[in-house]
Design a protein around this ligand. Structure first.
Ligand code: IPE
Ligand code: IPE
Ligand code: MG
Length: 258
């Protein structure tokens, strides 16, 4: 398997394509990496081969976002609902996450990537949990792109957890309910410290959120592409960013004249 991050020296950065305005890039891109199973089925392969190819697409996307100066990339790797898949597929995915983390950690460190895993991590296999702890602490002081991997993540579970944590503080007498505002609420989410995504990309043509970042996507621009995740490449990312740069973001206000 190719090792994009590991074999490309950090000096060989890919320049931003000329069609894109460097001053108007999203600060944070979120992606629902969908279509791995269909990609494999179209090739007569087992679904899990699509997941393996999906890892390459993620490495490609991370490197491009990093090279082009995008501050953060958040990828949906495994949802709270994905446990309902066949047992073999779930265990393949967990093993894949472990192998990829083990294999890529040095390159992530060297490339200055700051990796974090968002979700209910306690339900993950213990081996994966310790790799996650190691990867998080070993890259915490890095100064490059923030790479958030949503693993056993569900937007509703995240909101319920935040509400419960606030309620516990109130019941211990540490917090006045009147002091709960949007900022305080957001500080109890897995994404604490991260800016909200400006752009959400979903591959494989599905037009839904699938329980992803329900709070944080409040004002994200949506880009849905028919490209299946394992085929997502520089051209597909440029198309998404061009689409984003053509939008007029109003945040509930009125259109600003050009
Ligand atoms: C996305 O691809 C990867 C995960 C959800 C882990 P899918 O596995 O959902 O692929 P399709 O949607 O079945 O094609
Ligand atoms: C969303 O994809 C979850 C991930 C990409 C990890 P799904 O394939 O699970 O979503 P649905 O079931 O089509 O909504
Ligand atoms: Mg899917």
């Amino acid at each position: 398997m190719s090792r994009v991050l590991a074999t490309t020296p950090p000096t060989q950065r890919q320049p931003l394509p000329h069609q894109l305005d460097p001053a108007r890039l999203p600060a944070h891109v979120a992606v629902i990496m969908d279509g791995n199973g269909r990609w494999a089925r179209r090739r007569g392969l087992p679904r899990v081969m699509g997941h393996r190819a999906g890892v390459e697409a993620l490495k490609r996307t991370l490197r491009l976002c990093s090279d082009w100066g995008i501050g953060a990339l958040t990828a949906y790797a495994f949802s709270t609902e994905n446990w309902s898949r066949p047992g073999e597929e779930v265990s393949f995915l967990m093993t894949l996450f472990e192998r990829v983390l083990e294999r890529e950690l040095e390159a992530l460190e060297r490339e200055q990537v700051r990796i974090r895993f968002l979700g209910d991590l306690e339900q993950l296999p213990v081996g994966l949990q310790s790799l996650i702890d190691e990867a998080t602490s070993r890259t915490a002081a890095n100064v490059g792109i923030r790479f958030n991997v949503c693993t056993n993540y569900g937007g509703r579970a995240e909101l319920v957890r935040a509400a419960r944590r606030l309620a516990e503080r109130v019941s211990r007498g540490e917090l006045d309910p009147q002091a709960i505002d949007e900022e305080r609420f957001a500080s109890e989410l897995h994404t604490v410290g991260e800016v909200d995504p400006d752009l959400l990309i979903r591959t494989s043509g599905e037009q839904r959120i699938s329980n992803f970042l329900l709070w944080q996507l409040a004002y994200a621009e949506l880009h849905i592409t028919d490209v299946l995740w394992p085929d997502f490449d520089a051209g597909a990312l440029v198309a998404a960013l061009k689409d984003f740069q053509g939008r007029n973001r109003r945040f509930g206000g009125v259109q600003t004249p050009p």
